[in-house]
Ligand binder design. Structure first.
Ligand SMILES: NC(=O)c1ccc[n+]([C@@H]2O[C@H](COP(=O)([O-])OP(=O)(O)OC[C@H]3O[C@@H](n4cnc5c(N)ncnc54)[C@H](O)[C@@H]3O)[C@@H](O)[C@H]2O)c1
Length: 249
């Protein structure tokens, strides 16, 4: 798929990996619609528009089916098509199993699992209708296959995301819709900085194999590759972008 003139949707695009991805896809030639949970997201809009592409921001919750139906309808109404979906929005509530509330699990799964289902199904239906293929990318996590502690709901959701992606890659290949997964390692985003101090991030970053956390732009570059024509024969794959974090040391 050539990216010039393509229409992309990025969820959770106001900051972090989502913002970097929206900007990267715009610089590659896409018009980009993105959603988040704030009234406005001027920085991402500016990133997209300064690449000379159209931006559309929607204050919409990926876990809310009606809001996602409205968002997909709005994008199709405005730009006539959807070629790329990046499922980026996710939340984590970090607590040990023994302290976790049922509501915590419901909150994490509402965004991190159901959000991916709603958006992927709506995107796939639209792409099938268009009849010329498309590309869906999951921003999963190295947590999908590894039981890092205090993240029961998040780890479970990310494992499910990987497996749903593989399932949809099988189902949608006949429609030339490719579905791939990226597993970022520890990435320096506003979300991570709500959990950790600057000093902790620097100190722990030095202990990683490449000596630092990932930058959001490094995850965005992997997304751009996976949705491009260069990756035309890649579907059902998992691309780890973790700086070697999970390698034996
Ligand atoms: N940062 C990391 O170390 C890391 C590592 C592995 C995977 N990831 C994954 O990368 C993705 C982005 O992470 P990040 O660190 O940039 O996060 P972040 O918290 O900095 O940004 C996430 C954005 O998603 C938005 N969002 C949350 N819930 C939403 C909802 N229900 N509907 C719409 N938007 C919503 C948030 O408001 C926020 O703007 C996530 O899927 C995360 O699981 C991150």
């Amino acid at each position: 798929m050539k990216l010039a003139g393509k229409v992309a949707i990025v969820t959770g695009g106001a900051r972090g990996i989502g913002r970097a991805t929206a900007g990267e896809l715009a610089r590659a030639g896409c018009d980009v619609a993105f959603c988040d949970l704030t009234e406005s997201a001027p920085e991402t809009v500016k990133d997209i528009e300064s690449a000379g592409r159209w931006a559309l921001y929607l204050d919409a919750d990926v876990g809310d089916r009606a809001q996602m139906e409205a968002m997909f309808a709005e994008v199709v109404n405005r730009w006539g098509r959807i070629d790329i979906l990046v499922n980026n929005a996710a939340v984590n509530i970090r607590k040990p199993l023994l302290e976790l509330e049922v509501n915590d699990v419901a909150t994490v799964w509402g965004t991190t699992l159901w959000g991916v289902f709603h958006c992927s199904q709506l995107a796939a239906r639209q792409m099938v209708k268009q009849g010329v293929g498309g590309s869906i990318v999951m921003i999963s996590s190295i947590h999908a296959a590894r039981g890092f502690p205090d993240s029961t709901a998040y780890n479970g959701a990310k494992a499910a995301v990987n497996h749903m992606a593989a399932t949809w890659a099988s189902e949608l290949a006949a429609h030339r819709i490719r579905v791939n997964t990226i597993e970022p390692g520890w990435t320096d985003t506003p979300g991570e900085r709500t959990f950790f101090t600057e000093a902790f991030i620097r100190e722990q970053g030095r202990l990683l194999p490449l000596g630092r956390l990932a930058k959001p732009e490094e995850i965005a570059a992997a997304v751009r590759f996976l949705v491009s024509d260069e990756a035309a024969y890649i579907t059902g794959s998992v691309l780890r972008v973790d700086g070697g974090l999970i390698l034996p040391r």
